[in-house]
Write a protein that binds this ligand. Structure first.
Ligand code: MIG
Length: 662
């Protein structure tokens, strides 16, 4: 049951497709006071949700803020990451989902100030609030997802393994990455192009020297069944003669400052303008630019820097330089020294800058800070809408760094600039169900960690988990240790793990599609399925993946195994050197399970089927018919196996599901 409560005059984000009528505000079931709402929490309540964020599956005990931010250190002390996903689910004796639809800032004090209270704070009381009650967490999520519409579905090849680096600098380097993977028999379906493929970081250009043979490269890679996936940044470089800049300027498609001048920000290319992604005409124009790359044979993109990240604004920089002059002659003491360093550190992503430019949205001029959280959403939406016009019958891979609920219809997300830290592997695990609740199914994190040097064992453990995530990409930052699998001594172990991904593909794709088409989650906390089991409800580091299996990844260095909570009778399917075989049967309860580095452990539910293929070196090489069905039990249920051509948009649960029985 959904009720919608309308406060003030919220800006329509178009997150919700099917809006029920507004209910009388007096009936809002919890205490409220100006822009503050107080939800009581009982001792046993768990608070799920909030999408892309720090901390646990259970969000209780911390404060979170919806304010999309480009932040390279996802520490426990952070309160927001790149997305704004204002949905939470209080689950205890009752199950209540709450969605706050506003493109501005929202604060969620989830039992931080008072353990028995979840307080939601809004800066302006302009919001549509949806309260969804259901008999189970799954029921609530399904209803919420029904409101916000079907999740994005990528092409099948995008479920293969992807290799990325900031940056492969030349065509030759890209060829080498492809060659090395094939040589070492490490499966691969995509190679990513980071900002250096562009000519001086100009969107929709390709550097003529380093990538002079770009189209030939795309063709060659295509023959190898490898897709090239270029990055697109939110800022358009100011450069005379650069077509995108010239046209955007002439037609007035860039965000304007207070005076109506094109707002100048510094990002990668130096000085830039932001296209007004929110404006329908400007957005459509920006979306159309992707055609330049589509026409060169590209069929996948990642949208970056769209929180939007701002290194500096011309306006604020001027103020800083003026102030810096004053510091030059000063005897910097404890106060002025920190004022000085704070001022310099505060140049990037400065909140004042977000109050200094404007959008044209739904026929109104709106200051950026009021719609901040939907900028990345609209950038990605505009690209997706353009693909619908330009390639109506073909799926295009698209994912974004910044997002808001609603964007899940247009693209996936990657989880941003994590680090080569064990705790960030744990974060990756915990984020999956929270994101799924909000509709983001096509997602994953940078395997091995983006910033800081990874370690070989972390790579192995991370891969062992990431073979389950729909987006499976190894990506790392400039200046860090090289992270392609073949750079490591134990590359064979890593290759074997990636091969398991391809054995799992029929199951993973099937479960992904059923989740997308049925408004369900692919990754669920144990509490969703075993809600009556008070121990299962508290498990933070195991996940149900689809209907048949549970995973319990190792995310601690030097661990040789771990304690696993088994919520019902399950059988261990252990992959050793890439080969699966049944191991022990476990009864409900805690068990220590040995998981040496390189082994992948899957826990299969009694009476459920896990289909495995024989794998392949790329997605097209996988035989989707030649399956081995793993199961145990007396009454094995037939498995609803979804498959389709992976390219067209002919999604149909009825037509494409085959029942597999043992
Ligand atoms: O400020 O394009 O999250 O994946 O490699 C860094 C360079 C800009 C941030 C992205 C990362 C990408 C990097 N970008």
């Amino acid at each position: 049951m959904t009720r919608r409560y309308c406060f003030g005059k919220p800006i329509d984000t178009e997150a919700v497709l099917n809006k029920p009528e507004c209910s009388p505000r007096e009936e809002f079931p919890v205490k409220r006071e100006n822009g503050r709402f107080f939800f009581p929490l009982t001792e046993e309540d768990i608070v799920y949700g909030l999408g892309e964020n720090v901390r646990g599956i259970n969000k209780r005990g911390w404060i979170y803020e919806s304010m999309c931010a480009d932040d390279g250190v996802h520490g426990e002390d952070k309160v927001s990451l790149y997305g704004a996903h204002n949905f939470f689910l209080i689950s205890g004796e009752r199950h209540l989902g709450v969605f706050w639809d506003t493109p501005g800032k929202v604060t969620f004090d989830v039992g931080y100030t008072r353990y028995d209270l979840l307080e939601v704070r809004l800066e302006e009381l302009d919001v549509d609030c949806y309260l969804i009650e259901g008999d189970s967490p799954d029921a609530v999520v399904e209803e919420f997802r029904g409101l916000i519409g079907r999740s994005y579905i990528p092409p099948l090849w995008a479920f293969g393994y992807g290799q990325s680096r900031w940056s492969y600098m030349t065509s030759e380097e890209v060829r080498e990455v492809a060659r090395k993977h094939r040589e070492h028999r490490i499966p691969l379906d995509s190679i990513y192009l980071d900002i250096d493929y562009m000519e001086r970081y100009k969107d929709f250009t390709v550097d003529g020297e380093r990538f002079g043979d770009f189209e030939e490269l795309v063709r060659e890679m295509d023959e190898e069944h490898i897709h090239l996936v270029p990055i697109i940044d939110a800022g358009v470089k100011i450069e005379e003669g650069y077509e995108v800049y010239e046209e955007g300027k002439e037609k007035g498609y860039f965000c304007k400052d207070e005076q109506g001048e094109d707002f100048v920000v510094g990002v990668w290319p130096g000085k830039c303008h932001f296209p007004d992604m929110l404006d329908e005409e400007a957005g459509a124009w920006f979306g159309n630019q992707y055609q330049k790359l589509l026409d060169m044979g590209i069929d996948g993109f990642w949208n970056d820097m769209n929180e939007p990240a701002i290194f500096y604004s011309e306006k604020h920089m001027k103020e800083v330089f003026d102030r810096i002059g004053e510091f030059r002659t000063k005897n910097l003491d404890v106060n002025s020294y920190f004022e000085f360093t704070g001022m310099v550190a505060g140049i990037a992503n400065n909140q004042e800058d977000y109050k200094s430019f404007y959008h044209n949205y739904q026929g109104r001029r709106i200051r950026h800070d009021q719609v901040h959280n939907i900028f990345g959403y609209y950038m990605t939406r505009r690209a997706s809408e353009a693909f619908d016009r330009l390639r109506p019958d073909q799926r295009v891979l698209l994912y974004s760094r910044s997002s808001y609920v609603g964007m899940h219809r247009y693209g996936g997300i990657w989880q941003g600039d994590n680090l080569g830290w064990w705790s960030h592997l744990a974060l990756n695990i915990k984020m999956m169900p929270s994101l799924n609740m909000c509709g983001f199914l096509y997602t994953g994190a940078d395997i091995g960690g983006f910033g800081s040097n990874t370690t070989e064992d972390l790579m192995i453990r991370w891969l062992s988990f990431a073979i389950f995530t729909p987006l499976m990409r190894n990506h790392s930052a400039m200046g860090t240790r090289k992270q392609e699998v073949y750079q490591f001594e134990r590359q064979e172990a890593m290759g074997n793990i990636i091969k398991i991904r391809y054995q799992l593909l029929p199951y993973l794709y099937s479960e992904f599609m059923k989740a997308a088409l049925g408004n369900r989650m692919m990754f669920r906390p144990l509490g969703f399925l075993y809600g009556k089991d008070s121990l299962a409800r508290r498990v933070e580091d195991q996940l149900m993946v689809g209907e048949s299996i549970m995973i319990a990844p190792v995310y601690e260095q030097n661990a040789l195994g771990r304690t696993v909570y088994i919520p019902e009778r399950m059988k261990l399917l252990r992959f050793h050197q890439g080969e699966p075989s049944f191991g022990q049967m476990y009864e409900k309860g805690y068990h220590y399970v040995e998981m040496p580095l390189g082994d992948v452990c899957i826990f299969l539910r009694e009476n459920y089927i896990l289909p495995l293929s024989r794998g392949g070196e790329h997605v097209e090489a996988v035989d989707w018919q030649d399956l081995t069905l793993y199961s145990f039990g007396e009454q094995v249920k037939p498995y609803g196996y979804y498959s389709d051509d992976g390219v067209s948009k002919d999604y149909d649960l009825e037509k494409n599901v085959l029942l597999l029985a043992v």
